[in-house]
Design a protein around this ligand. Structure first.
Ligand code: PLP
Length: 426
């Protein structure tokens, strides 16, 4: 372990790492492990959706409705049926939106700020709105909360989901705590999947704010690397749990096909309790006549149903598995005798969460950039971009081809070692 080395040994090691790093820099690489995008090979899997599934002779929905024209605010029935698979819900509780679940989440929170819900004051009329942010978490969630002026409160993410002791004590007496971000399956970036106990506690906890909302972002609900989990190991449905707890309006679920078909050109949807749906549709109806039904048709005909989705996702998994396994192998081989580092080994989703020795993350990301490897910015996984330990780095292994990922990981581990060795010598 580096921390156990005598100064002279550490100096010799650092000199060697500086030479390795110099050699890597000289290669003039340009590699990217920054954003969770599907690789081109994955996008190719959905090409039949563009070329043959909806053509000029087949623009009618199951009901016979001409999808080329206006109409149907909340989605075609068959599109609701399909998106219910991603939301783990019934079609009756689904609204199919545009192409981005992030936009649906943003709009949902903007509506709560502007109009309030269930007779409660609009959040924009309050002195303060606080929002719970499990960390490490998704930078774009934090960007939404920041844009709306919410005060973000980090809560540790454990192996079972958010630290529920902390969550329960934060929501119990403070009416200004209005909600929490949750990515219940294969969370971004840790890959954490929430336990049944966590889901039940979120549903049943006593909240001072009657308009407290759980934003249940099921972005990776079908993104399994090792096949569909059995019934028993699936994430408990927050909707049912909230119904049982007699807090039926507490949750809003979101999902999209961004990492199933085409990011930016997929289908996004939400699911909610009937009372929430009524409100949502009323406001949505002022904003649009309806979303893109041709895209809904394309997705329905291409993915069909739960079985079709599972088969399609298995094809994605075949491409992604070797990448995630390469990350796990490289980190294990290169860093297990360095000490001070830990990382997640997710069973699905799009990311690996890496914890560097305290105070090293920014330097690692800077060094990697110098050597031509773009990583997600250090701190991005924390509200306001501020990681108090300067430790967490999100690794996004999906976009580069395997041989590029291999090179990028060599650079990354070299940067981890060098940053840590330099730090120990300070
Ligand atoms: N939610 C999470 C947790 C994500 O990781 C991402 C993309 O990385 C999104 C939402 C974006 O979803 P969409 O493309 O539907 O806006």
């Amino acid at each position: 372990m580096y921390a156990d080395l005598e100064t002279s040994a550490l100096e010799a090691l650092t000199a060697r790492l500086e030479r390795d790093f110099g050699a890597m820099k000289a290669r003039g690489l340009s590699l990217n492990m920054a954003r969770g995008k599907p690789a081109a090979e994955q996008l190719d899997l959905s090409m039949p959706m563009l070329s043959s599934v909806v053509d000029s002779a087949s623009c009618a929905a199951e009901s016979g409705l001409d999808c080329r024209n206006y109409g149907v605010l909340d989605g075609l029935p068959e599109a609701k049926r399909l998106m219910a698979v991603f939301l783990d819900d019934i079609p009756e509780r689904v609204v199919v939106g545009g192409t981005s679940s992030l936009t649906l989440m943003y709009d949902a929170l903007v509506r709560l700020c502007l109009f309030g819900t269930d007779g409660c004051a609009p959040w924009s009329s309050l002195d303060q709105v606080k929002w719970l942010c499990p960390v490490p978490g998704y930078d774009r969630h934090f960007a939404i909360a920041e844009a709306l002026g919410f005060q973000m409160i980090p809560v540790a993410l454990t192996d079972e989901g958010p630290d529920m002791d902390a969550v329960e004590s934060l929501v119990r007496d403070d009416e200004s705590v209005k909600g929490i971000w949750c990515v219940p399956q294969y969370a971004n970036p840790s890959g954490t999947t929430y336990s049944d106990d966590t889901v039940r506690r979120l549903a049943t906890m006593e909240c001072a704010a009657s308009d407290f909302r759980i934003i249940w972002d099921n972005a990776y609900g079908v993104h399994h690397l090792y096949g569909e989990p059995g019934r028993q190991s699936r994430v408990l449905d927050i909707g049912k749990a909230c119904d049982q707890a007699k807090n039926p309006r507490r949750y809003l679920k979101f999902a999209s096909t961004s990492k199933v078909t085409f990011p930016g050109a997929g289908l996004a949807a939400l699911a909610a309790a009937p009372e929430n749906l009524d409100e949502i549709k009323r406001h949505m109806g002022a904003a649009t006549i309806g979303y893109d039904k041709l895209n809904q048709l394309r997705h329905v005909r291409f993915l069909e149903d739960a079985r079709g989705v599972a088969e399609h996702m298995a094809r994605h998994a075949r491409i992604l598995r070797p990448k995630f396994e390469l990350v796990a192998r490289k980190l294990e081989e290169s860093l297990s005798d360095v000490g001070g580092c830990s990382w997640s080994t997710p069973q699905g989703g799009y990311f690996v969460s890496f914890d560097a020795p305290e105070g090293c993350a920014s330097r690692i990301v800077e060094l990697a950039a110098e050597a031509g490897v773009t990583m997600t910015g250090a701190g991005a996984t924390w509200p306001y971009g501020r990681d108090p330990r300067d430790s967490n780095i999100r690794i996004a292994p999906t976009l580069p081809p395997l041989h590029e990922l291999d090179e990028a990981l060599d650079v990354f581990v070299c940067c981890v070692k060098l940053a840590y060795a330099r730090k120990l010598l300070e």
